[in-house]
Design a protein around this ligand. Structure first.
Ligand SMILES: [Zn+2]
Length: 518
């Protein structure tokens, strides 16, 4: 007997076997049982989810010697002919190659002849959206009022390309992607039937890779089977197909969480040396952080996570909050898109490892804006940048009135060189370009007992700060500086640090230093 691929061998033959399309199967069965048979059906949905199979089952149900029946016998001559694809009265037409108006005209003429045997003549037109407009138009009348006992079944993966005039003349059925659980169960059945050993995780992986398409799952299953020698194992799949695997992902993410760049680089080297493509690793890592994000949100469904929740590293999960995990995913998605244009995917990957190693310290723009807003409140600032000669007290809305005892002086923060916002931006630019020598006096326009200019800020934070300043926190930070520069604002004496100021210092990793007044 010639070799038959699993997808063909296990093609469903009854409505009950139509996996994952329970609604479609039930509706078709009901209409067959009640004898309400439409003259045109339109099956739409993603590839490999059972449209053509359903069309053949429907053809068999209509033509079975015991039919029309919801449960075709599968043994009569009619049923068997259809199974073999040898029926003269069930015509399968590929819409992708018979696209012209002449093909449609031919169908139009043929339908006038009654079926050579049996009750129904069935036309199954696959990929019907590929028909040309004129072909559709030529068929319109035939579809609307076909001769008795002619049934059209159209299948398409792109419903939106089928003209509304055709759609309105058909009974429509939307086929869905098949769930990972259902596909895993189908694969397990196939293994049992064929006497094959298989690890659950391996079948689960195949089901996930097939992204809801039963045919894709069986095709991959055949491929895996070809090198598995009757025993499907995850480790072997990983080795043969150059996959990463959860253990390696956990290991890498833990190294990054511990900020151990050396270890993470050596893990990358191991993986690439073992034949894993950089793109594969990036995609798997993106999926990994995505799963962690889902776990953070309380999702525990294995089909969504890809693995049982208990298999993900708790170390990594506890290390990061959702914002950091989201950032990791974002870095990886961007890298996956860009890596194909990269001079060296390996370098890109190593740079990414470095970024992931300080992921914990990354500050999102909203967090920075929040911190700046808190600073503004704490220091009694205003909601808009101060311009020359503005007094903070005129628009003071802060929650921490630190200046109640001594009214703020008018801030002359300009130093003859523009607004405080500009001054702050100038400071930032300067900070990026030059590192200040400790102890060196900076020539600030206004004396500052608690000076933001002397806080040490990492380069990356400066980048983020600049973005935030430009987009969201310009006014807030400028206000913070304004109040900061106000000699009456903060006392020169050693006092307890305000909690909000403390927060700002944490965010910017700064320290309070004293600077002598002019
Ligand atoms: Zn039959």
């Amino acid at each position: 007997m010639p070799y038959e691929v699993t997808a063909t061998k296990r093609r469903p033959k009854t409505f009950d076997e139509l996996a994952g399309q329970e609604f479609v199967a039930a509706t078709l069965k009901n209409s067959l049982e009640s004898g309400k048979i439409a003259h045109a059906y339109l099956f739409s949905g993603p590839r490999g989810c059972g449209k053509t199979s359903a069309a053949r089952i429907l053809a068999r149900a209509l033509r079975c010697e015991k039919g029309p029946t919801a449960n075709p016998c599968g043994t009569c001559a009619q049923c068997q002919e259809i199974s073999r694809g040898a029926s003269m009265d069930v015509l399968e037409i590929d819409g992708a190659t018979n696209t012209g108006v002449n093909d449609a005209r031919q169908i139009k003429e043929e339908v006038l002849f009654p079926p050579s045997s049996g009750r129904y003549k069935v036309y199954i037109i696959d990929e019907v959206h590929m028909l040309s407009n004129s072909a559709f138009n030529a068929l319109l009348k035939t579809i609307e009022e076909p001769p008795p006992n002619v049934v059209f079944i159209f299948a398409t993966t792109e419903l939106q390309k089928v003209p509304a005039t055709i759609r309105s003349r058909c009974q429509q059925f939307n086929f869905r992607l098949i769930s990972v659980e259902t596909i895993t169960a189908l694969l397990r059945n196939a293994c049992n039937e064929m006497g094959i050993q298989a690890e659950d995780e391996a079948l689960f992986w195949i089901a996930r890779e097939s992204t809801g398409s039963c045919r894709d799952a069986y095709t991959l299953f055949d491929q895996v089977l070809s090198f598995s020698d009757g025993n499907i194992r995850t480790a072997l799949i990983r080795q043969k197909l150059g996959l990463v695997g959860l253990d390696k992902l956990n290991e890498f993410a833990e190294a990054c969480a511990a900020a151990n760049l050396g270890l993470s680089l050596s893990l990358i080297d191991d993986l690439l040396s073992s034949g894993v493509a950089a793109e594969t690793f990036i995609a798997d890592l993106a999926g990994y952080y995505h799963s962690l994000l889902l776990l953070k949100a309380g999702v525990t469904r294995e089909a969504l996570l890809g693995y049982p929740p208990s298999r993900f590293s708790n170390v990594v999960l506890e290390k990061y909050d959702a914002i950091r995990l989201e950032r990791a995913g974002e870095l990886l998605y961007v890298l996956y898109r860009d890596v194909r244009y990269s001079v060296s995917p390996r370098f890109e990957l190593e740079t990414l490892a470095s970024k992931l190693c300080w992921l914990e310290k990354w500050i999102s723009p909203p967090e920075l804006a929040d911190a700046a807003a808190q600073a503004r409140k704490a220091l009694g600032g205003t909601s808009r940048p101060l311009s020359d000669g503005d007094s903070p007290e005129t628009t003071d809305t802060g929650e921490f009135p630190r200046q109640t005892s001594s009214p703020p002086e008018t801030v002359d923060a300009s130093g003859g060189a523009g607004s405080l916002a500009a001054q702050f931006n100038r400071y930032m630019a300067e900070k990026t370009n030059t590192r200040q020598v400790p102890g060196e006096r900076r020539q600030t326009a206004a004396p500052a007992p608690v000076s933001a200019s002397d806080t040490s800020i990492g380069d990356a934070s400066i980048g983020d700060a600049n973005i935030a300043v430009a987009s969201t926190a310009d006014a807030c930070i400028a206000d913070a500086c304004a109040a900061d520069a106000n000699p009456a604002g903060a006392s020169n004496q050693e006092t307890e640090v305000d909690p909000a100021v403390q927060k700002v210092l944490e965010v910017f990793q700064g320290t309070i230093v004293e600077e002598s007044r002019k």
